[in-house]
Design a binder for this molecule. Structure first.
Ligand code: GTP
Ligand code: MG
Length: 575
């Protein structure tokens, strides 16, 4: 690994060293040219993830993004198309209903098109010429949705008519491709940015998420006209990986906004409503009927499960056409606010998302996280841990939540169910960090920090940005940023936490070893982030565990010896 033979340059800052000794792109024999070309193309098209070179384009507020995307989704339709179709004729046919702003195709058990009209009226115009199918032996339940099925009266047989349709990819890369890309990278920083580019939600995938919410809103509106279905969680907080679930929030408060609450003379008008004993029961009843509605009448909604006795009641279903696993909740406004907070943190510094994506992928690769609920750590908790770690750097890379609260103005004020959820939402009021540490260093230090964190007595708290005494005995305590008496990782067992700590130490050790071996001859072994994602790390560790001392103890000792070595070296250099 000649590119990482940096031993003689130790007195230069890491970033400078990386730029002087560049790993030639696809120098490795294992890198096929096609992948290199793909990397090159990606680099040209997306300058989003470069560490250090902060994006100067004004950052939009979360509420602005949500509003724009929602409005865009309301002008958009989803069409299941025949596999053989002429794109040109298809667009011409649809243009009869109005001009088209944007469209794309994707594959998910068939070919689908997402078509965004310029005007909402075009959707109604298309619906007016659409029929309900007659299905022979089965009966159709009529529903004028924005999800259509396009049929050809006569199949296309002239190949000249079939322009080759370019489908937008909606899934993350295979492990093989990811390893190839990572091994071709020039530096660990480049690896983290590559991983971010490969896994982050694409523009099309984001559009499809908002469209799916909008289609579900149409169904829920059968019971609650003027309701809103909003995406939250990783679909919108900027930490979503391709393939992540779609968390939806059924917002009934919007209905209230249509009334002006006019008091005229001595009169005040109220709606007659049904009362139930508690908010929770109201939530369960609302989700129950919407769940039924999705199950019976929601086009493309399959496998509907009503999970109403959970701490946060929800309806879970698959939206077949988009391929999203959806979780619909209501009365969950704090989660929406958490998504906004995470979005802010993700946009404040370009290193945040790159680091979070890598840690999430690392945790997934070692089965620390799972899509099945259980005693594992969640992606949400991992993200909060990264934010906390970045608040602890010197100088800090991210501000504390309390500091963001001090910058807030009257418009930012937000109290939800008695919890103060206020923080500044205007990016211009937050000073950028003066910290210029590389992603490589941050990754290594993240593992070291949490590999040695006193989880037995300390709690992680992003509100104050410092460790605090644990208020209760759960193995892992991460304070909920808004409901401060709650622990977001209460579910995590001692053994899962220990697995996390062991893997963090092992990963820190691997990165330290690589630093030490920089002068060793190059080989085609996975290195840097690629080495950390290999399942063999966990396996070798569990093997080592069976032998002699516990792996965690051995690694801790090794880390300590490396630390004292580097302190000695720096003292020697300074001297
Ligand atoms: P992935 O779906 O795993 O990609 O991440 P996610 O952030 O979407 O997590 P998840 O689907 O589990 O939860 C959705 C959102 O609900 C999160 O982003 C949080 O805003 C919120 N949330 C999740 N878990 C908790 C929790 O334990 N406490 C609180 N207050 N909010 C949570
Ligand atoms: Mg989610």
């Amino acid at each position: 690994m000649a590119a990482r033979g940096l031993g003689l340059l130790t007195s230069l800052p890491l970033r400078a060293r990386r730029s002087q000794v560049q790993r030639p792109l696809c120098r490795l024999l294992s890198c096929p040219g096609t992948v290199a070309a793909a990397v090159g193309r990606e680099e040209q098209s997306s300058g989003r993830a470069e560490t250090g070179s902060e994006d100067r384009t004004p950052k939009k507020r979360f509420s602005e993004v949500q509003k724009e995307r929602r409005e865009q989704a309301q002008r958009t339709v989803l069409i299941h198309c025949p596999n053989k179709i002429s794109e040109k004729k298809f667009l011409k046919y649809l243009s009869q209903h109005g001009s088209i702003n944007n469209h794309f195709f994707y594959e998910s058990f068939g070919l689908y098109a997402v078509v965004e009209f310029s005007q909402k009226e075009s959707v109604a115009s298309l619906q007016n010429v659409t029929r309900t199918p007659s299905l022979g032996t089965e009966a159709a339940i009529p529903f004028r949705s924005r999800y259509f099925n396009l049929k050809l009266k006569t199949p296309l047989n002239q190949t000249s008519e079939q322009s080759s349709i370019r489908c937008r990819n909606q899934s993350s890369p295979s492990s093989k491709k990811l390893f190839e890309l990572l091994c071709c990278a020039e530096s660990v920083d480049d690896q983290l940015n590559t991983l971010l580019r490969e896994f982050e939600l694409t523009e099309e995938n984001t559009k499809l998420r908002y469209l799916t919410c909008s289609l579900i809103e149409d169904v829920a509106a059968a019971y609650f006209p003027d309701c809103t279905v909003r995406p939250f969680g990783s679909s919108v907080n900027s930490f979503g990986k391709l393939g992540c679930d779609l968390d939806m929030f059924l917002d009934l408060d919007e209905i209230e906004k249509f009334s002006t609450h006019k008091v005229s003379g001595n009169f005040l008008m109220e709606f007659q409503v049904k009362n139930v004993p508690s908010e929770r029961i109201a939530t369960q009843k609302i989700l129950s009927v919407v769940g039924e509605c999705l199950d019976h009448f929601g086009p493309g909604c399959v496998g509907v499960q009503k999970i109403l006795n959970a701490r946060c009641p929800l309806v879970r279903f698959s939206h077949q056409a988009s391929g999203f696993q959806c979780d619909l909740t209501t009365n969950n406004r704090i989660a929406l606010k958490s998504s906004e907070l995470l979005y802010m943190y993700g946009a404040l510094d370009s290193r945040v998302r790159a680091l979070v994506f890598s840690i999430r992928c690392w945790a997934r690769a070692h089965s620390l996280t799972s899509s099945i609920p259980g005693a594992w750590i969640t992606n949400f908790s991992l993200t909060v841990m990264v934010i906390f770690f970045l608040q602890r750097r010197s100088p800090p890379i991210l501000p504390t939540l309390d500091y963001l609260k001090t910058l807030a103005d009257a418009e930012d004020k937000c109290i939800i169910e008695g919890h103060n959820c206020t923080f500044v939402r205007d990016f211009n009021r937050i000073k950028p960090s003066g910290n210029s540490e590389t992603l490589e260093l941050l990754l290594k230090e993240f593992f070291e920090y949490f590999g040695n964190f006193a989880f037995n007595k300390n709690s992680i708290n992003i509100r104050q940005g410092r460790e605090q005494n644990k208020p209760e005995s759960s193995p892992l305590h991460i304070q909920n940023p808004f409901e401060t008496s709650l622990n977001i990782s209460k579910n995590v067992s001692q053994s899962q936490l220990q697995k996390f700590v062991d893997l963090a130490r092992e990963s820190a050790w691997i990165l330290h070893q690589e630093d030490k071996d920089r002068l060793s001859p190059s080989n085609n072994q996975p290195w840097g982030l690629a080495a950390l994602l290999l399942p063999s790390v966990a396996n070798s560790m569990s093997l080592a565990k069976k032998k002699k001392k516990p792996a965690s103890e051995r690694i801790k000792n090794l880390l300590e010896s490396i630390k004292s070595e580097s302190t000695e070296n720096s003292t020697a250099t300074n001297g």
